[in-house]
Design a protein around this ligand. Structure first.
Ligand SMILES: [Zn+2]
Length: 289
């Protein structure tokens, strides 16, 4: 059992009900989430706020699926009204239930895609939403467009002394570090993407790579694929472009330096923190968030 935000899909996506708006026809209870960008309607900024179909504002509809015989949908608006207490899902993620997170991460992922993919990539025409929000169809050239997911690898690399390498991006303040990460390129396996990114960012050669878990991260469209990897070399050379500095850390250093806030690590919402925790096994203090 893993425990970072969005770690399980909990609802039945019921894709067979997407066609011709079949999901709307049934006489069953349907709960609607109002979303704008990555902001979702909440109750007091704590949990998701579900409204009925008739209470929902005008917008683009997404059918999310079924959970315990209840149908769930989302309506995408430009900006969620203040009285619906909108909060970014990035902030809300760690505090909502896995059931709610599963629905919200699906909805926000699709909503963000619609927001930035209104035009046909083939001919430039404005496209129409079909399949209950899960496709866009071009009325001019007939091209079907599907929601985009960009795979990114995120990896905790250790050496033969079981130290972990952590890096600081140029835009981050002193003391803020994380595991290395980067996007998978076309024509590349995941293992090779891990090895290439680590070589590019810190100049370390990586041998064995082991898959650890994944996390949808729809801000706007990433799928974070977590790995553990073993470095074959130990001399760090940072690229200065993506990484400003990188160092090897022992577990003891992580414990002591996070306790004194000399080292600030990612928040609990992230798979990065989980990878660090799996490696460390003990108490890691604080977070940068
Ligand atoms: Zn087109």
């Amino acid at each position: 059992m893993v425990d970072y935000a969005f770690d399980h899909a909990q609802h039945d996506r019921a894709a067979h009900l997407r066609k011709d708006d079949a999901w709307r026809a049934a006489d069953v209870d349907t709960r609607v989430l109002v979303i704008g960008g990555e902001h979702v309607a909440t109750v007091g900024g704590q949990g998701l706020r579900w409204v009925t179909m008739s209470e929902a504002p005008e917008g683009d509809w997404i059918f999310l699926g079924i959970k315990h015989d209840v149908r769930y949908a989302a309506v995408v608006v430009q900006t969620v009204a203040p009285e619906l207490e909108p909060v970014s899902l990035r902030v809300l993620g760690p505090s909502i239930t896995p059931d709610e997170a599963s629905l919200a991460v699906h909805a926000v992922g699709i909503a963000r895609w619609h927001q930035i993919h209104r035009h046909c990539a083939r001919c430039g025409s404005v496209t129409n939403i079909v399949e209950a929000g899960h496709q866009r169809l071009c009325p001019v050239c007939g091209a079907h467009h599907f929601p985009r997911t960009d795979p990114a690898v995120i990896m905790l690399i250790t050496d033969d002394q079981d130290r972990a390498v952590l890096g600081r991006q140029p835009s981050w303040p002193e003391g803020r570090f994380s595991t290395l990460a980067g996007f998978v390129e076309p024509g590349e396996t995941l293992d090779d993407a891990v090895r290439r990114e680590v070589m590019e960012e810190v100049g370390l050669q990586v041998g064995e790579v082991e898959y650890a878990g994944s996390q949808p991260w729809p801000f706007p469209s990433s799928l974070m694929l977590g790995f553990f990897g073993k470095a074959l070399t130990s001399d760090i050379t940072v690229d200065q472009d993506e990484i400003a500095e990188a160092h090897w850390f022992t577990r003891e250093e992580v414990t002591e330096m996070t306790a004194s806030s000399e080292l600030l690590l990612p928040p609990n919402v992230s798979i990065s923190r989980w990878l660090l925790q799996q490696w460390h096994g003990g108490t890691i203090h604080g977070t940068w968030a």
